[in-house]
Structure formats: structure tokens, C-alpha cells
Write a protein that binds this ligand. Sequence first.
Ligand code: TEU
Ligand code: CA
Length: 559
Amino acid sequence: MSTERQWWKEAVVYQIWPRSFQDSNGDGIGDLKGITSRLDYLKELGVNVVWLSPCYQSPNHDMGYDVSDYRDILPEFGTRDDWKEMLREMHSRGIKLVMDLVVNHCSDEHPWFVESRSSRDNPKRDFFYWRDGRDGNTKPPNNWTSYFSGPAWEFDEETKQWYLHLFTKKQPDLNWENEEVRREVYDLMKFWLDLGVDGFRMDVISLISEPPGLPDGDDHGQMLVGPDQYAHGPREHEFLQEMHREVLSKYNIMTVGECAFVTIEEANKYTDSERNELNMVFQFDLMDVDAGEWSKWFPREWKLSEFKAIQTKWQTQLGIRCWNSLFLSNHDQPRPVSRFGNDSDEWRVISAKMLATMNHTLRGTPYIYQGEEIAMTNVQFDRIDDFRDVEIFNLWRKYVVTGKLDPKTTLAAINKIGRDNARTPFQWDTSTNAGFTTGTPWIRVNPNYTKINASAALADPDSVFHYYKRLIQLRHEYPIIVYGDYTIYLPEDEHLYVYTRQLDGHLLFVALNFKLGTFKLELPPQLDVSDCQLLISNYPNTNTIPKALRPYEAVVYYK
Ligand code: TEU
Ligand code: CA
């Protein structure tokens, strides 16, 4: 049996985080009209799909991931008509639109929650998880901690009960056990699908079903009971199959579920086409490779062999009917060239191309996060006030303000791994504020925009941008890049990542040097790479496979 061919397997997806992409009216905040004005740039890059992070009505406590009206556009971003025009302009350029679906939780300002908290017998009470606390109601109902520091429960003074929030207290969790909640979700999905959207990225969809009785989790002795304890509840797959029956099956769309803590076994269930759940999931094993034992805020050194083992697991252990997604960053992650490559002046371009080569030649659908295609880097803010992310502020309040962590090392960790790295404005050109806004940007622009920007990248045929463009073209020309089987070589090598893809008698050979040094490329005798043709490389190369790889060198051959 061979892999079923599907448009969303062949596509490349570009993620837009609207607040920081392009401002059109000088208020310092990116907006929908701004996106529309930049679509020719995306067309030039050659991407097939845009995944748009939330643009719905929201108090923006968690930058749009706290929705207060699922059918309305946030006024800062524009109007429904602006949205319709954006969609029309995308479609006329052959670009599809995937919207973000944030329905594990909503905002505490959503009318459902406002009603729900108004009294214990309100009809919407059961839309959320309300419970009595322990010890005479003085302690939360269980020991779960929220994703963003502190307990996952908040006490409500009015009705004297606690509600569950796996993220901030302004993001109450919806109770999916309640059939009415599910019906509301399916209705709002149909609302957007009927307006012409081409799919959904589903925020933390692995958290919608809770373990019955909401039992205490094991705190591992660290007072942290994180989502690994409450992800993939018993009704998760049942809910998704219902959603598929009620909504997804009626449209030709793509779905990707953000699945925190997903195991390969679970991912096989989520994405098996015969089970009718999701097309693919985002898994975070690679994003956790540098996380310390305690949390991501205590990063550790990682070995290339571990990195490759993660990739290889996801390349080889998903079933033939399943599918993978490939990403190096998103709006929650630091910039990949700073994290996995080398962002010095000398190596930024070369190492970013090497990382891109990997992300676009593995099996799965590749995602590009805005700015990655010009190798934007992490920022370096030296004051906590320069940041804007609630996750960072919660960390600061809980640990630094209370004296548990020292400000200097915490600031260093925030600069290294914090989410605002991904959220500084897109760097378009050398004009004021990188061409992002004529006003004051809502978050500071990375000062390196004078060197790193899209206009410079477009003008330089050797830029990272043009390299991405070529990778995307290759994907559309060579089915082996999409559908080929994966084999790794030299798995223990700590410098090079070498693998092949195979399809219908063809071979794709990929070799990547992850390190700053030149290393011999010794190929196993069973691998016949004679008569190969060079498809792409970040160094000048020929049809002869090099005997050694230079710093961050990437080569792709085909026969
Ligand atoms: O993220 C969920 C999630 O798993 C992230 O918390 C991620 O692992 C983390 O930010 C890394 O520190 C989604 C959204 O992508 C994120 O922006 C939201 O804040 C979150 O859900 C709540 O909606
Ligand atoms: Ca604006």
C-alpha cells in the first residue's frame, strides 16, 4: 500500500501572526489590510496555505488566544469586510486560508463565561468546569498547575466555587463533556467554513477531554502538575470523530491539531485517515530538545544524536495512513536560526539555509513562521518592561518578584527561549520601524532590521528567501520530497545529519552539517549514490557528492 496523495501533503504552509506582520493605519498594530497588502510577497515565495493566528474579538490577555467572540474580528485588526477582502485576495493568488480554532478555552469576557459565573444555576454554568474547593473551600479542587505558572484553578468570590483554567485565569476551560458546548463549536466552525476558509489549526486540541473526576496528578516532587497529566483525556478521540462527522467531513479542508505532549501512539490515532479525526498534528518533541528537566526556562545543551533520534522517530513510526507536520518555529518559540543554527553575521545565512533544507526535505507538511524565510533572529531586550507576553510576566511575578529566581539569569533565559522572540515586528525594509508601521510599534522592532529585512533578501539572489523559494519549488516538482520513505544514516554522528528518501526507484540524498567545522562525509557502502544530480545546496557544489561538509553545509542530490 502506498501513501494516499492529498493537496495538503503537497502544500507548504506559512504562519502569519497578525499583530506583528504589517500595520496599515499607523496605530502600531499589524492588521488584516496590512496582510492583504503583502500577499504578493507570499505569492513570490510560493507558499500554498496561510495559517492565520487568531484575529477574533479578544481582550488580548494572551494575544488573541483568549477569544471573546468567535464570529467577530478584533477591531484593531479590521472588520469582517477586511477579512473577506483578504480571503478573496488570497484565493485569487492560489493561496488557501487556515484559521486558528481556539476552543479548549475562551476568554473570561466571552458571554458564555460572563453568564456562567453569574450564578450557580445559570443555564451556562455547565459550559465550564466549576467545582468546590478542598479544605472548606480554601484550596483548589485538585493540584493541577496551569501552563503559565500557578494553580489551574481560580476562586470566584460571587458564587464561591473554583473554575478550571489550564492557561491564564482569563482563559477558562470549556467543558467538552457538555453536548451544547460541542454544538456551539461545530456551529462556529461551519460559520467560517461557509465563508470560504480552507481549514483549521486547532489550538491545544489535545486538552479538550479531562480525566473523569479530575483527580490529582503526580507532582514528580516538583509541585508542577503540568498538561502531561491532563492531555489526551478518555473522550478526546470520540470528540474529534464527532467533529469530523458533524463538520469536517462536509468540506474539502485541511486540519492540524496542536497536540501538546502527544506520543507517537496518540499521533497515530489522531492522524490515521481511517479513523476520521485530523490530517496531522503538531508535536513538540523537537521543541523540547533544549528544555531542562524542570522547564523550558532552564534550557540545556542538546546533542545532535538526540535531535536526529526525535526526527527519526516521527519519520518512521507514523503509520502509512498517518501524516506529519514539520516546523522549526511558531509564535510560541524562539527564532530557529538563533536556536538551532548560528545567528552570527558570518553564519546566519548559511545555517538558516541548512535548517530550511532539513525542514523541507523530511516527510510531512512543512510550515514556515513569518520571518523565518529571511532568517530573522532572536531579540535581546535588557528590561522586563520591553516584553509583552503574559507567559513571561507570570514567570517574572511568580519567581523573580518573590525572590525565588534571580533577575539576571531569568532575563537571559527569557531572551533565549521566550515567546516574544517570535513576536517582534516583521522586518520589511530599512525604513523606520522596519517598514512595519509608521506609528509606534506595540513591541520593539529588532534593531538588526537595517541588515536583516525582506527587501534586502528579495534583491539578493543568494538570500535565505530565494533559497526557501527554491525549496518550495522543488517540493512541487519532485513527488519524492513529499511521499518518499525515509532512512537515516550515521545516527550517532554528532556533527552530520544524513538521510535518504525513496520513491518509485528514485533516491533523494540529504546531508546536513549542524556544526561550525568541516567534517568528513563517510557514506556506508550499501548506499549507492553514484550518478546523482545536485538539486540544491547552500555552498557552490557540483554533481559530485563532497567528501566532507563545510560549516553548516547542506546538500541535496537526486537520481
Ligand atoms: O499553545 C499551547 C502550547 O502548548 C504552548 O503553550 C507552547 O508549548 C508554549 O507556549 C511554549 O512555552 C497554544 C498557543 O499556541 C499559545 O500561543 C497560547 O498561549 C496557548 O495555546 C493558549 O491558547
Ligand atoms: Ca493597525
